[in-house]
Design a protein around this ligand. Structure first.
Ligand SMILES: [Zn+2]
Ligand SMILES: [Zn+2]
Length: 231
């Protein structure tokens, strides 16, 4: 036995970008039980079901980071096809979920539907998947009810449209708030650790540590300059 030997991680994940917006839908599963969750099924239900099947998984949960069309538009259809519960987002995103069907018509996703989650999530909640669990953090700013899912042992997070490689989420939507988003990133995500690998809502994966070094919006250096300029 070597001191450096580490236990195999209890989860695995594959990213399946969906919708014309190439949203990073993720299939994550408990390795031991092969129970899976789909995080942010924005569309393309049949493709997701095939991917779950290909990996020999059983779908157990649908998890939603926030109520935007490209993240949540197919949650209702996936639940109808499988009977599994929808968990998340935070209840402050109800008004976004209520607009999914109308915005789906406008953006060429006529099958998108709203829903009522089986469980709203809040800061500090824990969600189970097979024999493992994820922590939930409430991270408003892009939308008021945005949450992120975090697996501590794997140091893995799905952060939706809060943070991207080299950028941050838009805050020009109704009830968006730039200062609140920066506070969510520095106050909720950074304390989880520089080594955390995250799947953003769009684009390539990164780590919190890399963003603290190079992200022009939230690097330690950029925030220091911002603080000085604001006195
Ligand atoms: Zn969004
Ligand atoms: Zn998005």
């Amino acid at each position: 036995m070597s001191d450096t030997q580490t236990a195999p991680l209890p989860i695995k994940a594959v990213i399946a970008p969906v919708t014309p917006l190439q949203q990073n839908c993720t299939i994550v599963w408990c390795v031991k039980t092969k129970k899976a969750a789909v995080i942010d099924p924005g569309g393309e239900v049949q493709r997701l079901l095939h991917a779950i099947d290909d990996q020999g998984l059983t779908l157990e949960k649908i998890w939603i980071t926030h109520g935007h069309l490209d993240h949540a538009g197919a949650a209702s259809a996936l639940k109808a096809a499988t009977g599994v519960p929808i968990e998340g987002p935070h209840k402050d995103d109800q008004f976004w979920i209520d607009q999914i069907e109308a915005s789906g018509q406008r953006y060429g996703m006529p099958d998108a539907r709203g829903f009522t989650p089986d469980r709203w999530l809040d800061d500090g909640d824990v969600v189970t998947l097979g024999e493992t669990e994820f922590e939930v953090y409430h991270t408003p700013g892009h939308t008021p009810g945005h949450i992120v899912f975090f697996h501590r042992q794997a140091m893995f997070a799905q952060v939706g449209d809060v943070l991207f490689q080299g950028s941050i989420g838009r805050t020009d939507f109704p009830r968006g708030d730039y200062r609140q988003l920066i506070e969510s990133i520095t106050g909720k995500l950074w304390p989880l650790g520089d080594q955390v690998r995250f799947v953003p809502g769009h684009g390539p994966m990164s780590t919190f540590g890399a963003e603290r070094r190079i992200n022009p919006f939230v690097s330690d250096e950029a925030l220091e300059i911002d603080r000085e300029l604001r006195g």
